[in-house]
Write a protein that binds this ligand. Structure first.
Ligand code: LLP
Length: 404
């Protein structure tokens, strides 16, 4: 994305042109950025060619998943809906892993019938349930067990998952109990140990600790696992201040791990694949001067993009048409929703805006549209995929007739 003749442009189309054609707000994704991200991810770990399962929860658009599938990725899903969506996008069941702390019997039944690669169980009770269902069908089901390695991912508390106080995975003792049970069962084929310590991780050291914890437990377990699923969590650069994750060091740590343990690695990345490919474009409806600051009231709101309201997340915000005039007061960018948390960002300095101007909220490809809702009975925005100079509608704007 760059400014060409002062107009913010993605690949070969400028957002002003798109807004005229499709209205606002809209989500827009870059195909070439997606391709580049996948290729970088593969390069970073090419020494051991992992199975890369895209975390569908980060973006559930079937057309984007279809493109991701064409790059050879599988899927990590956490619900029946996501499993069905991955299959609809053409991902082969033998490249799908199913995570989640509360899979219901009907979700498990569907996964067993589809013969997906792995059901990653997160409790002894879930293993018992898989065993019961598999026995009824007289089948042997491939499972993984998610270990809670009690590792602090040094990320936001709300998206940390690998500490013992988090609900995810099982502790060491339960892990060993589950292994013993699986070995005694005719209907369970224990193939994988899985971990996922959190999201938006920018420090490689927690991954190192996680690998140590996994290595330690493997040493104590008398079972040959075929796969180790290391989850996702690789962070992206939301602001210039943020540092990048050191993939080289993470890769080295995994290579050292693999010298000792002969297993195949699975990853479940979401954000690092899709996060920086997407942008949300919104129009300024009104500008309200409140004395010390001005409210820039947008036509996008927290229902379209939850991350700032939910986590205080920072998203770079840019004007769609650049000018050199600077505002005389700080700007607070807000949506029209009846909640004080319906606010995207406050910026001390921004170029002077007028009503009807367009602004761009960046890096919203992951957990943007997938976390959106119809709160305040607002229809969900349209999604577009840009390929060079082509604009493809990949999900239509929701109609009022669909929600009323
Ligand atoms: N695998 C499992 C088991 C997960 O729970 C997650 C994310 C991932 C993989 C993918 O993680 P990623 O590579 O995208 O970091 N809504 C939050 C993020 C929640 C992540 C939940 N789990 C946000 O907007 O930052």
């Amino acid at each position: 994305m760059k400014y060409i003749n002062k107009r913010l442009t993605m690949e070969k189309v400028n957002f002003q042109r798109i807004a005229k054609k499709f209205g606002t707000p809209f989500y827009c994704y870059s195909y070439s950025k997606l391709k580049e991200n996948v290729s970088n991810f593969k390069k970073n770990f090419k020494s051991f060619s992992p199975l890369i399962c895209f975390a569908v929860k980060s973006n559930t658009n079937v057309n984007l998943i279809r493109e991701i599938k064409k790059f050879g990725l599988g899927a990590d899903v956490v619900s029946l809906g996501e499993l069905m969506m991955a299959i609809k996008a053409g991902i082969k069941p033998n490249k799908i892993v199913f995570s989640g702390v509360g899979k219901t019997s009907s979700e498990l039944n569907f996964a067993i019938n589809k013969k997906i690669l792995l059901i990653n169980a997160e409790s002894l009770s879930e293993i018992m349930e898989i065993n019961r269902l598999a026995k009824l069908k007289n089948k042997k089901v491939r499972v993984g067990v998610r270990l809670n390695p009690n590792t602090d991912a040094k990320t936001l508390n709300q998206i940390s998952t690998g500490k013992k106080e988090n609900k995810f995975g099982v502790n060491k003792n339960t892990f060993h109990k589950i292994v013993d049970f699986c070995k005694s069962s005719k209907n369970i084929d224990l193939k994988c140990l899985s971990v996922h310590i959190g999201s938006q991780i920018l420090d490689h050291r927690p991954y190192g600790k996680m690998l140590k914890a996994v290595s330690h437990i493997l040493d104590k377990t008398n079972h040959q696992f075929e796969f180790i699923d290391l989850g996702g969590g690789m962070g992206i650069n939301y602001s210039d201040k943020n540092k990048e994750l050191n993939y080289k060091k993470y890769n080295t740590a995994i290579n050292n791990f693999l010298k000792k343990h002969k297993v195949k690695i699975i990853f479940e990345p979401g954000r690092s694949i899709i996060g920086n490919t997407g942008i949300l474009i919104s129009k300024v409806i009104y500008i309200k001067d409140s004395g010390r600051k001005k409210f820039i009231i947008l036509d996008a709101a927290m229902n379209d993009l939850m991350r700032p309201a939910l986590y205080g997340a920072f998203h770079m915000t840019l004007p769609v048409i650049k000018s050199s005039k600077i505002s005389n007061k700080p700007y607070e960018f807000v949506g029209p929703i009846c909640e004080s948390t319906d606010k995207f960002i406050t910026l001390k300095k921004f170029q002077k805006l007028e009503e009807n101007d367009l602004i761009a909220i960046c890096d919203v490809g992951a957990y943007g549209m997938s976390l959106s809702s119809n709160y305040n009975l607002r229809p969900k925005p349209i999604e577009l995929l840009i390929k060079g100079s082509k604009i493809n509608v990949i999900r239509k704007r929701q109609k009022y007739t669909e929600i009323i």
